[in-house]
Write a protein that binds this ligand. Structure first.
Ligand code: C2O
Length: 573
């Protein structure tokens, strides 16, 4: 009995002590209270008085940077250092809070519809931002370096020595949304305008297919750009040159042809190739070594990557700084309207696929750090940025003609199949021993110095419409091994008869692989390219065929050192 009383008394004392310590800590942290209640996992650390942003918080499989690990990123002779002056371990961290719901909505408008008044205001804000010293986290150079930090692996992840990379996976859309949200808020606060919104560069619609005029002037200008791409050159959303145009044959399209090619390309990346969430968002990148993946979604692959290269300066080959390589990309003011358009396309896609948001808590709870307009160091989770109305911004709606730009086959499908069959028979009689190259290349390490065409067996021949609607047929080019630091681009086509005339404007185009350098060496791993082809097979009248012909068509010099393990078909629900 006595022992029980003692135990009770002791535990009451302990509990009271713990609670009052906790209370003290909360009162002490100015404005940081929210962080405490926002994440109960950090309470033990707080009790020890040792919590700092560098310490582990959150679950093991969520992605988050360990701020105390910021280091130089380098490869060979390139040394990139973009760490902040303070490493973050002694900063007060604020948990993200939504802007007041009564705040005015910031309306992001397309670059071709801006008026002089707005441009002058934006110019003023950007000029101030550029004049702030590097020690000020709101300065333009610090924001540019923020992008550098997260894309060159300058931070390790919490709990491991694995570099964190926000490209080439499902982190891509939300991370860049966060970056732009804070950039926009800071710009607005510098001119005392809480309605200020960034513009978006709508390169996906004909009116936006030139480099926006305003970015050629005043504080918006950056001299590290390819001047041959200034207006009136129409953007090439499928841009492929690794160095300069002189080493890369022009596609030779007239402006109208280029516009149409862009629209057909957009259709593939937004509609037929992006019917399932993973195809659009990218692979499921999780914490630690095993969770790593490398597989961007359709829009990140292109136009996102291709436009970075198209804007960057050919005089700075091979990296094409600023925009052509990630470590320097955000130094160019055009980075921001480019990404505002990416952000808008994410919203457009979500509008088509209402119930397909990712619900995996590992993604929702992954978090990153940004400074807000009051220079408060803020921890933001992906789940915080999924509702743009809560973030108090919106996009002015523009018509999207690519929605009706469904491409046509280059050759009438029945005729194409006859030709391909005849070729197969001829080849078999010419080279009986290795007539059909297998779609598994592992024994002969297939490099892409020339095009490769293989026959790929379809595991299921789906005859009924119901079968086809439930699951997306996915062409997987697996084990892609690129040499780092190269711009690599190859296209994937199905049932192609004539490689020399084929391009993404035709229905045979299944998708493209694009690798853009980050500027430094990140852990090298093989990539898979996943392409949704159900609608393409329907248009090529190949839905009931036992097999299809797949062609990998190299589009630049970077492919010479790129190898592929094979091609197979999978199904995605
Ligand atoms: Cu983080 Cu457009 O790149």
């Amino acid at each position: 009995m006595e022992a029980k009383k003692w135990a009770f008394a002791v535990s009451s004392i302990v509990i009271t002590a713990v609670l009052s310590l906790l209370l003290l800590r909360i009162l002490e942290a100015p404005g940081g209270q929210h962080a405490v209640f926002g994440d109960l996992n950090i309470i033990p650390a707080i009790l020890q008085g040792s919590w700092s942003p560098g310490k582990t918080i959150g679950k093991d499989s969520v992605i988050a940077p360990n701020l105390t690990t910021c280091h130089e990123s380098s490869e060979l002779d390139i040394h990139v250092y973009c760490c902040p002056p303070k490493n973050g371990s002694d900063l007060t961290v604020f948990d993200f809070r939504f802007p007041d719901p009564s705040n005015p909505l910031r309306v992001r408008r397309p670059t071709h519809l801006l008026d002089d008044n707005y441009i002058a205001k934006y110019n003023e804000a950007l000029t101030i931002m550029k004049s702030l010293p590097y020690s000020d986290p709101r300065s333009f150079s610090r924001q540019a370096d923020l992008h550098c930090l997260y894309c060159t692996g300058a931070y390790y992840q919490q709990n491991s020595r694995t570099p964190l990379n926000i490209h080439r996976s499902w982190l891509f859309f939300p991370w860049h949304r966060m970056m732009l949200h804070f950039h926009e808020r800071i710009l607005g606060s510098l001119i005392g305008d809480d309605t200020f919104a960034l513009p978006f560069w709508p390169w996906d619609i004909p009116e936006g297919m030139l480099m926006p005029e305003m970015y050629l002037n005043s504080s918006f200008f950056d001299k590290e750009r390819d001047i041959s791409h200034f207006p009136p050159t129409v953007v090439d959303l499928d841009y492929r040159c690794s160095f300069s145009e002189s080493t890369c044959p022009e596609r030779g399209l007239t402006p109208d042809e280029q516009v149409n090619a862009n629209l057909a390309f957009m259709y593939n990346q937004m509609v037929s190739g992006a019917k399932k969430t993973e195809l659009f968002m990218g692979c499921h990148y999780k914490a630690g070594e095993e969770g790593l993946c490398d597989g961007p979604g359709t829009i990140e692959t292109a136009p996102h990557n291709t436009l970075h290269r198209w804007v960057g300066s050919s005089l700075n080959s091979p990296a094409r700084e600023d925009m052509g390589v990630f470590y320097s990309a955000a130094r160019d003011p055009i980075f921001y309207p480019h990404h505002a358009n990416i952000d808008r396309l994410w919203e457009v896609w979500r509008g088509f696929h209402m119930d397909n948001d990712i619900t995996d808590p590992d993604w929702l709870d992954s978090f990153f750090y940004f400074y807000d307009e009051k220079s408060q160091f803020t921890r933001v989770k992906i789940r915080d940025v999924l509702d743009i109305t809560k973030l108090r911004y919106s996009f002015e709606k523009v018509d999207v003609p690519w929605l009706n730009a469904r491409p046509k086959p280059s050759v009438q499908p029945e005729a194409a199949r006859q030709i391909l069959k005849t070729r197969e028979i001829e080849r078999t009689s010419q080279f009986p021993s290795h007539s059909i190259i297998s779609s598994d290349f592992r024994s002969n390490r297939q490099t892409l110095d020339a095009s490769v065409t293989v026959k790929v067996i379809r595991p299921k021949v789906r005859k009924t419409k119901g079968d086809r609607e439930e699951e997306e047929e996915v062409l997987v080019v697996h084990g892609i091994d690129v040499k780092e630091e190269a711009y690599v681009k190859f296209d994937v086509y199905v049932n192609v008869v004539n490689e020399t005339i084929i391009n993404p404007g035709f229905r045979e185009f299944a998708g493209t692989f694009v690798h853009i350098p980050s500027g430094v060496k990140l852990a090298r791993r093989k990539t898979s390219l996943k392409l949704g082809i159900s609608e393409l097979l329907q248009d090529l009248e190949a839905e009931e065929d036992e097999s299809i012909w797949v062609t990998l068509l190299p589009r630049n010099e970077g492919c010479i050192n790129t190898s592929v393990d094979g091609i197979r078909i999978e199904y995605l629900r």
